[in-house]
Design a binder for this molecule. Sequence first.
Ligand code: ZN
Length: 160
Amino acid sequence: MQIANETAVWLQYTLRNDAGEILDASEDNEPLVYIHGQGDIVPGLEKALEGKAAGTKFKVTVSPEEGYGVRSNTKVQTVPRTAFEDDAEIEPGTQFQAEGPDGVSIVTVVEIADDEVTIDANHPLAGENLHFEIEVVKLRAATPEELEHGHVHEGGHHHH
Ligand code: ZN
C-alpha cells in the first residue's frame, strides 16, 4: 500500500530550520496521524509523502511557499495598549490566538512601547525553510466515518 488520498498515515517526524535547530518533533511512541489529501499538513510535506510506503524513511526540504507561507510586512501592526485587557501579561515573545478575517491565527508580541504594542500575525514559522526527517510508520485506508469526521479514530481518540 502506498500513500494516496484518503489514506490514514502514521509518521514520525523531526522538523529543523536552516540552522539545524529542532523546531518540532513527534514523540517516540506517539506518531503524528493524519488523513492524506485533506490539507492537514503543510502542502510541501503532503506532496512529498504521496506514493510512499510504510517503513520508508526520507528527508525533504519544504520552501516557505509550500510550508507556512512567506513573511508579510502587512501582518506586522502597531495597536494601542488599550486593545489588550489591563491585566493581560504581555511581553515580547508572548503569543496568543486572534480571530481574523482568515480564521484563527497566532499573533506574537514583538515590541511594547509606552502605550503601543507591535504585534506580528505571521505564522511563527512563516519564511522558514522546513527540513523534515520522516519515517512512515503505518498506513491503512481511512474509514468512511473517519473521512466524514476528518480525523483518524485510534489511540485514545475522543469519539464525537
Ligand atoms: Zn471522530
